[in-house]
Design a protein around this ligand. Structure first.
Ligand code: F0G
Length: 466
């Protein structure tokens, strides 16, 4: 008999988590104004809010922390990280930052101006926020197939080359500081970009004289999908694939909190010395001196080790199999999920889950709140709240997809936890028709409102009369 699949690690340290009653959860979520970001972590049983900074570091990473060099300038930890970035990703120049959005802030300060356009594949919200904050425009060139959750396409993160070329032709080169390729593409469901697409985007960008930057938070998961799905890569190692991926980029921004399996950190990788020098000025103002940039020496050591571990096949296979295990369980229950399953998360299609709710009542948020009430599981809305308002018209932007993301922290939960999540969702699915109304906004911030928005249940007229 063939041996079943099992994890490529064993557990050395544990952290207790606590169950709660439905009554407690109903009170807590009401007090949190139906915003899951406002809950305390001890009010959550299984936390799938994000896979960012929530992973479990390895014994080797913890050991590397003990060797951290906390010198202000020129620390050995900086050089450890510099070498890891050069060896694994191939970038000559790098700037450490405290997290991914800080890398965006520094790099975009050097590149993005009022009136620019930045084409890409469903830019992540902080990326879009940093573009719009500078009065530039993020233009989504993702393939249309990405927005049909039932369609099986191996690389739903791909850019549509016709859409991209149209943008490159419609604007002068001076107005396009870069094309951003997000690997994997978080906003379209943790979906990978194929090597072929990266190669073609890069060739087109060079034809038009425009630089390509990879938003790299989940680059290793992307490489795994290339290995298992794209012809010609099955026999290549993850590290070989990663090297080729970055041969199609002029630079990168990184949130190390994802695929480098650390709790905090980020960086920028660049080939162009001039751009590195300009960005260094912003790094010093916003983050810190260029050899630490918002990170302590021990954290840079753990990150260097994490980049190495995060690009090992056995680790990635365990990781992505667990996400797929949850996806398959949900599918067995008939729950509408984004397919194929993403690398870091399972995305539930809330419009297909609750088709009777109007889009004005925040369908995905409604489902996320129901799941919390059911079992203390915290997912996150990737829908109208996250899409925010149009900066000019201030109207709500209704995205093509209303999703609830169940992001799986790396090396943290077991498949028993995945079973609890699946059954909790099945219970909500079985009573979906009883969920008759959603939510409305009481207050919101002018930008990135989803973090702090306050909501109240939308009780319809008949309910009030009862
Ligand atoms: N780019 C992508 C694709 C991301 O998913 C994130 C963060 C960032 C950039 C920003 O990085 O958080 O280190 O500042 N995503 C987290 C998430 C927050 O939950 O998906 P950061």
């Amino acid at each position: 008999m063939e041996l079943p699949f099992s994890e490529s690690f064993k557990i050395k340290m544990v952290e207790p988590i606590r169950k709660s009653s439905r009554e407690e959860r109903e009170q807590w979520i009401k007090a949190a104004h139906y915003n899951l970001f406002n809950l305390r972590s001890d009010q959550v049983f299984i936390d799938l809010l994000t896979d960012s900074g929530t992973g479990a570091m390895s014994d080797r990473q913890w050991a590397a922390m003990m060797l951290g060099d906390e010198s202000y300038a020129g620390a050995s930890s900086y050089y450890n990280l510099k070498n890891a970035i050069k060896d694994i990703l191939g970038f000559e120049y790098f700037l450490p930052t405290h997290q991914g959005r800080a890398a965006e802030n520094v790099l975009f300060s050097a590149l993005v101006k009022d009136g620019d356009i930045v084409p890409g594949n469903s830019h992540f919200d902080t990326t879009k926020g940093h573009i719009e904050f500078r009065k530039a425009k993020a233009i989504d060139c993702t393939i249309d197939e990405a927005f049909n959750t039932t369609l099986d396409h191996p690389f739903k993160g791909n850019l549509d080359l016709n859409k991209l070329e149209y943008e490159l032709q419609s604007h002068p080169k001076e107005k396009i500081p870069m094309i951003i390729v997000t690997v994997t593409c978080n906003s379209s469901g943790g979906q990978p970009v194929s090597m072929k697409n990266m190669r073609e985007v890069y060739a087109m960008a060079k034809e038009y004289g425009i630089r390509v930057i990879f938003d790299s938070a989940r680059f290793a998961e992307n490489a795994y999908f290339i290995k298992v799905r794209e012809e010609g890569y099955a026999d290549k190692s993850i590290k070989e694939i990663v090297k080729e991926m970055y041969s199609y980029a002029d630079g990168m921004t990184m949130s190390s909190k994802k695929d480098a399996i650390v709790n905090m950190g980020g960086f920028i990788g660049l080939r162009d010395e001039e751009l590195f020098k300009t960005a260094s000025q912003f790094n010093i103002i916003f983050e810190g001196f260029i050899t630490y940039g918002g990170m302590s020496g021990r954290d840079m050591n753990a990150l260097a080790q994490g980049l190495d571990e995060g690009t090992e096949f056995n680790y990635l296979e365990t990781r992505i199999n667990q996400v797929a295990y949850l996806g398959s369980r949900l599918k067995e229950f008939g729950i509408p999920v984004q397919e194929p399953f993403g690398g870091h998360a399972i995305f539930i299609d809330a419009k297909r889950f609750l088709p009777h709710l109007p889009k004005e009542e925040y369908v995905a948020q409604t489902l996320a709140v129901e799941l919390y009430k059911e079992a203390g599981i915290r997912g996150v809305e990737i829908g109208t709240l996250l899409a925010d308002r149009d900066p000019e018209t201030r109207e709500n932007r209704y995205p093509a997809l209303e999703l609830v993301r169940l992001a799986i922290p790396r090396r943290v939960y077991t498949n028993n936890h995945m079973d609890v999540i699946a059954v909790a969702l099945k219970n909500v699915f079985d009573r979906r028709e009883e969920i008759k109304t959603g939510y409305h906004i009481l207050s919101e911030a002018p930008i990135m409102r989803h973090f702090t928005v306050e909501l109240a249940p939308t009780v319809n007229a008949t309910c009030v009369a009862e």
